[in-house]
Structure formats: C-alpha cells, structure tokens
Ligand binder design. Structure first.
Ligand code: FES
Length: 95
C-alpha cells in the first residue's frame, strides 16, 4: 500500500518502545509509519466496536492515527517523527 520514497531513505535507526517492547526502526519514519512498518494496518488501533482502525491519510487530516506518545494521548502519529527512546502505546479504544 505505502512505498517509501528514495528521498526519504533512512540515515540510521532509533529504538522506540511499543507497549514495553523495544524495536529498531528507520529514523525517517513517523510514529504511524513505524507501526505500519512493524505490524501492518491491523495492529494499529481498534474502534469501540472492536473493528480495526488504521492511519489513512498520513498527512494530518483524518485523525485515524491517534496514539499515545510518551504518555500524551491522542497524538497524531502521522505527524510525529520517531525519536530515540520514544514510548508508544496504542489506543485500543477511542477516547
Ligand atoms: S493518518 Fe490521517 S491524520 Fe494521521
């Protein structure tokens, strides 16, 4: 579905913590892109009815990428670049 542009090629990696588990990801990704890269769309978040939700626009419009970053809920994952040591928690239910 998504393809990384050559101009966005990684210059390195950072370690992010997803629900307590460390992962090395390219340092050019947003939080949303990193989770899609790690686990695909089905692992991103769920609606209150249990259906899967996933980032859609990847440019700050749809709000389908809401996620908790470093303890702050409802961040738009598509607009937040990954950073070394970042702690990410999926929001399994809409807040
Ligand atoms: S994916 Fe649409 S606002 Fe983030």
């Amino acid at each position: 579905m998504f393809k990384q542009l050559d101009s966005a090629a990684s210059t390195g990696e950072v370690t992010i913590w997803l629900e307590g588990h460390s992962h090395r990801v390219p340092n050019t990704l947003s939080v949303a892109a990193a989770l899609l890269w790690l686990e695909g769309a089905a692992g991103y978040r769920r609606h209150v009815d249990g259906s899967n939700r996933a980032p859609l626009c990847m440019m700050g419009v749809c709000h389908e990428c809401l996620i908790t970053v470093d303890g702050e809920p409802n961040r738009q994952g598509c607009l937040v670049p990954v950073a070394e040591g970042m702690r990410i928690e999926r929001q399994w239910r809409a807040l």
